[in-house]
Design a binder for this molecule. Structure first.
Ligand code: CS2
Length: 440
C-alpha cells in the first residue's frame, strides 16, 4: 500500500453520483483496490490505499452533504464524463433539457446533478470556508466552463450565493491523461489470477500518466508535485494538445473500429489500413491545427501516442470511446476543423473522420450489417436531422446546422461538399477505400 506523496494528512472520500457498484465492491475489501500498469509483456502492480470512504450519493445523501460542508474538506475533484455537467458542448451554457439539471432546477434541496450537489454544498458550507473544485474531465477550459455553469445554476436557484463562488471558490483548469479502459469480466479475471485473490475493483491501465493543474488554489493542498503532477500557470495549451491529438485520434479510432467490426483500439491499430490512416490523420492533419505548449516536441508526442494506442495488453473497447460522440466531437474535432478553414489548410483525414461519424449515426450498423449500440443521449436530435434529409450532401448540411454540436457559426458549402465527397466514397467503395484514399 503506497501513499505517493507520503503525506498522511490527506485522504480521499470517493462519491459516486449514480452507480452503487463502486462502493459495494470496495467496502468488503477495506476500500483497497489494485492497479495494474501494463504495456505489452510488462506489468507493474500496486495496491491503492488512498480512499477513506466510498459513498453512493443517491442513498447516502446526508453523509455526502456533511463532507461537502465540512471546512476541513478543501478540494473536490470531479471525474464524471463530459455529459454529466449538463452544459451544452459547443457553448458551455446550461442545458435545461438535461434531465438531472431540469430536476435540480425544480428541487435544488434534493440534488442529483453535479451542479446541483455543488450548489447545495455551497449553501451548507460556513461563510468563510473556501473550496477548490477541480474538474478533471476532457473538456476545454474545464474549470472555467464549470464555474460558468455553477454561477448560472446558482443565479437560478440561490442568487445570494453567486458572490461566494467568485470570492471563495477556486476552479483551476486541469488536464488528466491516462488510458484506463473500463473493467470487463476478462480484465477482472486476469487481475484476480495475477493477484491470487479476487479484487472486484481491479483496474488495468497503461503505464503513462500525466496530470497538469493550474496552480491557483485558494487553500493549502496536497503536495501533488511530489507524485509527479505538473503545476503550471496556464493549462489551456496542454488541454488543447491532448484533446485535439490524443482524444481526437481516439474518437476516429472508435468510429472506424465500430464500423469495421474491430472491438478494441489495439485491434484497430493492428489493422494495416486503419493504422496507416490514423497515423496520417495525426501527423498530416491534426498536428497542423493543434496548438502545443511552448517547447513541446509535438511530433514526438504523436509518435508516443501511436505507441500507446498499439498497447495490446489493454482491451480498450471502441464502443466505450464511441459513447457520447455529440459531446466529444464538439471539443475534439471541430476546433481543429474550424482552424483549418481559417488557415486555408485542407484536412482530408479529419474531414473523412467526420464523414465516418455521420455515416455511423445515420446508418447505425457496421459494414457487415451488424446493428451498433449507440450510447449518446445527444445523438437522437442529430440523427433526426440526418434521417429527415435526402441525399448525402443534404445530410451533411443538416448536420452542420445542428448548433448544439456544430456551434452557431456557418460551415461553408464548399467545405460541406468536401465532407460529402468523403462520405460518398465510403458509401460507394467502403471504409477501407476511403481510408486508403486519404492516407499517405
Ligand atoms: C477516451 C478518453 O473514452 C474516451 O473518450 O478518449 O477517456 C481517453 O482514454 C483519456 O482521455 C486518456 O487520457
Amino acid at each position: 500500500v503506497m501513499n505517493l506523496t507520503g503525506d498522511t494528512r490527506w485522504g480521499i472520500a470517493g462519491v459516486s453520483l449514480r452507480s452503487a457498484d463502486v462502493g459495494q465492491h470496495l467496502q468488503p475489501q477495506g476500500l483497497l483496490y489494485s492497479v495494474f500498469e501494463r504495456h505489452g509483456e510488462d506489468t507493474q502492480a500496486r495496491v491503492v490505499g488512498a480512499l477513506t470512504q466510498a459513498w453512493h450519493a443517491p442513498t447516502q445523501r446526508e453523509l455526502v452533504m456533511q463532507a461537502l460542508a465540512d471546512p476541513r474538506v478543501k478540494v473536490v475533484t470531479l471525474t464524471v464524463t463530459e455529459k454529466a455537467y449538463g452544459l451544452h458542448p459547443s457553448s458551455g451554457l446550461l442545458d435545461e433539457s438535461h434531465p438531472d439539471v431540469a430536476a435540480d432546477l425544480k428541487t435544488p434541496h434534493l440534488p442529483c446533478s453535479v451542479l446541483g450537489w455543488l450548489c447545495a454544498a455551497l449553501a451548507r458550507r460556513p461563510a468563510n470556508a473556501p473550496l477548490n473544485v477541480l474538474c478533471c474531465d476532457n473538456m476545454n477550459r474545464n474549470g472555467d466552463v464549470l464555474k460558468g455553469g455553477l454561477v448560472e445554476f446558482a443565479r437560478r436557484t440561490a442568487p445570494h450565493l453567486v458572490g461566494r463562488i467568485e470570492d471563495q471558490w477556486a476552479l483551476p483548469n486541469t488536464m488528466v491523461d491516462r488510458i484506463v479502459p473500463a473493467a470487463t469480466p476478462q480484465s477482472l479475471a486476469w487481475a484476480s489470477e495475477a493477484l491470487g485473490l479476487r479484487d472486484e475493483s481491479a483496474l488495468v491501465c497503461e503505464p503513462f500518466r500525466q496530470w497538469v493543474i493550474e496552480d491557483r488554489f485558494i487553500t493549502d493542498r496536497p503536495r501533488w508535485e511530489e507524485a509527479g503532477v505538473l503545476l503550471v500557470d496556464a493549462v489551456a495549451p496542454y488541454q488543447d494538445m491532448k484533446l485535439r491529438l490524443l482524444n481526437a485520434a481516439h474518437s476516429a479510432i472508435a468510429y472506424v473500429g465500430q464500423c469495421m467490426g474491430l472491438s478494441t483500439v489495439a485491434e484497430v491499430m493492428a489493422h494495416p489500413v486503419c493504422s496507416a490512416y490514423i497515423r496520417s490523420l495525426m501527423l498530416d492533419d491534426l498536428l497542423k491545427v493543434t496548438p502545443v505548449p511552448a517547447g513541446y516536441d509535438a511530433r514526438r508526442y504523436v509518435l508516443d501516442l501511436l505507441h500507446r494506442f498499439e498497447n495490446a495488453a489493454l482491451a480498450h473497447r471502441t464502443e466505450q470511446i464511441a459513447m457520447d460522440g455529440t459531446q466529444k466531437v464538439a471539443v475534439r474535432w471541430l476546433p481543429g476543423l474550424r482552424a483549418g478553414l481559417q488557415q486555408g489548410q485542407s484536412l482530408p483525414r479529419l474531414m473523412s473522420a467526420l464523414a465516418v461519424w455521420l455515416h455511423y449515426l445515420d446508418r447505425g450498423c457496421s459494414a457487415s450489417g451488424q446493428a451498433l449500440h449507440i450510447q449518446d443521449p445527444g445523438a437522437a436530435a442529430l440523427q433526426a436531422r440526418l434521417h429527415a434529409a435526402e441525399g448525402l450532401h443534404h445530410k451533411v448540411l443538416a448536420a452542420c446546422q445542428h448548433e448544439a454540436v456544430f456551434g452557431p457559426n456557418d460551415w461553408p458549402r464548399e467545405w460541406a461538399l468536401e465532407v460529402t465527397q468523403h462520405w460518398s466514397l465510403l458509401e460507394g467503395q467502403g471504409l477501407a477505400a476511403l481510408m486508403g484514399s486519404v492516407s499517405r
